[in-house]
Design a protein around this ligand. Structure first.
Ligand SMILES: [Zn+2]
Length: 181
């Protein structure tokens, strides 16, 4: 069974109470070059002639059963529900009220897979936009994505993605949705 791994503490509460039923993952990877030749696919260049990307196929398909995990690569097996760190080493001040959880969060079945594009228009007052299908939407009006993803607000979600992926260069993402088993 394939594993879907999480490390972002922003969405941890929604993972733990199983309100989160979606994740948005890059639909691209960075090209690797050897002697000037790309060795992991055929790179595509955006309209600005900017950074090349390699398109990625979706990792999961509809009806597939998967295991959801927290911090899969960590040697620890029990984590703090407050800060997401290893429970035994946790120094978070709220330790008194924090609970622990096991790294295997549960199993789920994939219910939807689709591709979106997210970008940021630096000159706009409300800079983020999402392209779902062929419909371009201003991020403010996209309520479904942040909610299902477990972010507190649309703003939190887009800022988080921009910090991690630099959306000034628009990028494709796979959206996976699931039902907890
Ligand atoms: Zn903690």
């Amino acid at each position: 069974m394939k594993i879907l791994n999480f490390t972002a503490v922003e969405i941890l509460p929604a993972l733990l109470n199983e309100n989160k039923n979606q994740t948005i993952r890059p639909a691209w990877k960075k090209p690797e070059f050897a002697r000037g030749i790309c060795i992991n696919g055929s790179p595509k260049y955006d309209s600005n002639g900017g950074n090349p990307i390699i398109e990625k196929l979706p990792r999961f398909s509809v009806s597939e059963k998967i295991t959801l995990m927290w911090n899969q690569r960590s040697p620890h097996k029990v984590f703090c529900s407050n800060c997401g760190g290893p429970f035994l080493k946790c120094r978070c001040e709220k330790r008194g009220i924090a609970l622990s959880f096991r790294k295997e969060l549960g199993k789920s079945v994939i219910t939807e897979v689709f591709k979106i594009e997210i970008g940021r228009d630096t000159e706009a007052l409300k800079p983020y936009w999402v392209n779902i299908g062929k419909i371009l939407q201003q991020a403010d009006f996209v309520e479904d994505l942040p909610k299902k993803d477990g972010f507190r607000t649309s703003g939190h979600m887009f800022e988080w993605f921009n910090e991690r992926y630099n959306l000034t260069r628009p990028k494709p993402f796979w959206v996976y949705r699931w039902r907890w088993l």
